[in-house]
Design a protein around this ligand. Structure first.
Ligand code: SF4
Ligand code: MG
Length: 326
């Protein structure tokens, strides 16, 4: 599979009264064509800021201070806002974290989806309406003709998320970023939305960057996984290896904190402590104060990413004997 998106050394900072805070710190990963790549970690690890950086949707306090975002070999970091508008929605589309608040409450569903299409295509009237209805159908929304005229508050959470998905695929994007697409939904609806994403990916031949804190979602959906902690990538590998043989102590912690339905009443262990904020980073490993395997070196020296095999790299001193990749 060839590469669709290559993120190289992406570093994003936010202004604060005490100077710039580095929220995304030298992040590297590759999304291949046709793949679902998971971006995983607790909230506050920099996953959402990474995706907003890719699309240049940071607020006025945030900026990419270094690194590249190569989409089809073109660096998006150098693009103007006008150029990015052509890319957003048409090349790379995004489903935001909160379906409840991402829809405009004063516009009908039909109008909102129609507006997205009109940004990129010259289509109007009955043709536009038919396109919207087709998209609602593709999003698995029943009574699409009626829903077209409804306002968002009349829809359930699951239906709103289907509308968000229909809107995201309106211009047939090559790549979809889905930021916690099922987090706000209850379990049965979650499964339906994941099914929908999977079938749309195949039908529309999309690649997906799936942001989640939920390893159950990763197991269901992802080919490969990038685990982030405190703004950095700490482990990259394929999903099977990640779940069976996690290398980074943080990944192990995440797995132990995930319910395994098949194992019945397994005991869940949460990871003690919290993700540090950028002004709290220690001089060594950022996970050191939560890590059950921490050694002396971890307190003072920042671990690089060590390559373990062709597939797996891990930012942890336990793998020091292996070859360094950064
Ligand atoms: Fe734990 Fe040390 Fe590895 Fe950090 S480098 S994850 S503290 S063992
Ligand atoms: Mg987030």
């Amino acid at each position: 599979m060839s590469n669709l998106l290559v993120v190289n050394g992406l570093t994003t900072q936010f202004e604060s009264k005490n100077g710039p805070l580095t929220v995304v710190d030298g992040v590297d990963f590759t999304l291949k064509k046709g793949e679902v790549l998971g971006l995983v970690g607790e909230s506050g690890c920099g996953k959402s800021v990474t995706s907003l950086s890719i699309l240049q949707l940071l607020d006025k306090y945030g900026k990419i201070s270094s690194g590249e975002v190569l989409y089809e070999n073109t660096n998006l970091v150098n693009k103007t806002e006008k150029e990015m508008k052509k890319i957003r929605g048409k090349e790379i589309s995004m489903i935001f974290q909160d379906p409840m608040n991402s829809l405009n409450p004063v516009l009908t569903i039909g109008k909102q989806i129609g507006e997205v299409i009109e940004k990129h295509e010259k289509v109007k009237g009955a043709k536009l309406k038919q396109k919207v209805v087709d998209l609602l159908n593709l999003g698995g929304i029943p009574r699409a003709d009626e829903i077209f005229h409804e306002y968002p508050h009349r829809l359930s959470g699951g239906m709103k998320q289907r509308v968000m998905i229909a809107m995201a695929i309106a211009c047939n994007p090559t790549m979809l970023i889905a930021d916690e697409p099922t987090t706000a939904l209850d379990v049965t609806i979650q499964a339906q939305i994941l099914d929908l994403l999977r079938s749309l990916k195949d039908e529309l031949d999309m690649s997906i960057l799936l942001i989640t804190h939920d390893l159950g979602v990763v197991a269901e959906m992802c080919d490969r996984v990038v685990v982030m902690y405190a703004g950095q990538v700490v482990e990259t590998t394929d999903t099977r290896t990640l779940l069976r043989n996690p290398r980074h102590p943080y990944t192990e912690g995440l797995i132990q904190a995930t319910p395994h339905q098949s194992k019945g009443k397994s005991r869940l262990k949460s990871i003690v402590g919290q993700v540090p904020t950028p002004d709290q980073y220690s001089p060594g490993c950022r996970f050191a104060d939560r890590c059950p395997k921490a050694m002396d070196i971890c307190q003072s020296n920042v671990p690089p990413l060590f390559e373990i095999d062709g597939q797996t790299s891990c930012r942890c001193w336990l793998y020091e004997m292996k070859e360094e990749v950064i």
